[in-house]
Design a protein around this ligand. Structure first.
Ligand code: ADP
Ligand code: MG
Length: 396
């Protein structure tokens, strides 16, 4: 249900947000996800609600596996710095509650943030009893955590069984924008690049949906190698080989690969670099950006597009020497008269670095979630759970 259609006046509202943000030395490095939830929080405050925010942060299990103690892990992954940053953004006090289940929620604050949900294993196990305990904090549940909607976890899934539910403004906006990719105005061109292999599922769906798919980044190296091309010392992902071959079979000549690339002898600014054809990378050198011919040919593929999906930087954009492909294609997109939707943490960072944010139709706050949205035709576990809850409420 839409937040604006819900009866919430004066209620205690439990809001699942995605504050899984980079934190360094106790400081929030990128507060985009915090700012993205401000419309929902302010709306609730205007309706005199008590706003109880909850989120996960990082992967506690990974730190424990690396041998950290529970105390060390909890010190590293506490949401406390986020509460401080949020207070600054909202301009009001935000009380931090040191345990998401077993702690008193202060009466005097209108906005509180509960400690990291993943400090309890039950969160990721989607445990009913845990969800029930979370629900006991409030009268109403709002999901505004788009970046976590592809998870079947207690705070986005099981919890919908225990409270009247709704989607926050961010989840509403994200689903509305990303739905444009499911029935796109054509031509629909997808740029799939970056380093993470989590893009394979979406690529399979795009093989069918998109008119063109432009590949770059580490992903391009993986595809080129899977095609039998020598990629020198370039990074690639061996585990994606068979999927890459499958996608080549599915997408055929919709798939476009770099024809040239910038190679370097080291992964650093100021390294020796050369521009070479993609099929003649020198031994010991690595491809870190697409070359000028590829930039031109990709612009040509994009120029008539009416819908563009962009997932993944086209090179190591963090280093000036290897940022040209991402910058030039990004700027070209900025000026393109089309629906332009981007997803992914690093893609978002690139968009900010090159000041493109106001010229991209929508930059998703969810990397994995936006990819799975395409892969699953919008049927993300948390969104399905919300739908179920709405239907049940209607029947009653
Ligand atoms: P997103 O977060 O947008 O989903 P990814 O995490 O998949 O994107 O990939 C981003 C990273 O990929 C960036 O840190 C970038 O430096 C790296 N990258 C892009 N192209 C290359 C390349 N050719 N070689 C090595 N790293 C690359
Ligand atoms: Mg990333």
């Amino acid at each position: 249900m839409k937040l604006t259609d819900m009866e919430i006046e004066g209620k205690k509202v439990l809001v699942r947000v995605d504050y899984n943000v980079p934190i360094k030395n106790g400081m929030v490095e990128d507060d985009t996800r915090l700012r993205a939830t401000v419309p929902t929080i302010n709306h609730l405050l205007e309706k005199n609600c008590k706003v109880i925010l909850m989120s996960h942060l990082g992967r506690p299990k990974d730190l424990l596996k690396k041998g950290k103690s529970v105390e060390e892990m909890q010190k590293e992954l506490t949401l406390r710095p986020v509460a401080e940053d949020l207070a600054e953004i909202l301009g009001i006090d935000v009380a931090f509650v040191e345990d998401c289940i077993d702690a008193q929620i202060p009466n005097e604050n209108d906005v509180v943030l509960l400690e990291n949900l993943r400090f309890y294993d039950e969160e990721e196990k989607n445990e009913i009893e845990f969800a029930k305990k979370l629900a006991a904090h409030a009268d109403v549940y709002i999901n505004d955590a788009f970046g976590a909607c592809h998870r079947d976890h207690a705070s986005v899934s099981a919890i919908t069984k225990f409270l009247p539910c709704g989607a926050g403004f961010l989840v509403e906006k994200e689903t509305k924008q990303l739905s444009k990719l499911l029935s796109p105005e054509r031509p629909f061109v997808a740029i799939v690049a970056g380093a993470k292999a989590d893009k394979i599922g979406a690529l399979k769906a795009l093989a069918d949906k998109a008119d063109k798919i432009l590949i770059a980044g580490v992903l391009a190296n993986t595809f080129l190698k899977a095609k039998g091309i020598d990629i020198g010392a370039s990074k690639f992902d061996e585990e994606t080989f068979s999927a890459a071959k499958e996608i080549i079979g599915l997408a055929g000549d919709k798939l476009k690969f770099p024809v040239d690339c910038v190679v370097a002898d080291k992964l650093e600014n100021g390294a020796n670099t050369r521009t070479v054809a993609a099929d003649s990378m020198p031994e010991g050198w690595m491809a870190l950006d697409i070359g000028p011919e590829t930039i031109e040919s990709y612009k040509d593929e994009l120029k008539d597009a009416k819908t563009v999906f962009w997932a993944g930087p086209l090179g190591v954009f963090e280093m000036e020497d290897f940022s040209h492909g991402t910058k030039e294609i990004g700027e070209f997109l900025g000026n393109l008269n089309a629906t332009k939707i981007a997803g992914g943490g690093d893609t978002g960072a690139a968009i900010n670095t090159f000041n493109l944010a106001d010229r991209i139709t929508h930059v998703s706050t969810g990397g994995g979630a936006s990819l799975e949205f395409i892969e699953k035709e919008g049927k993300l576990p948390a969104l399905v759970a919300l739908e179920k809850a709405y239907r049940k409420a209607k029947e009653e």
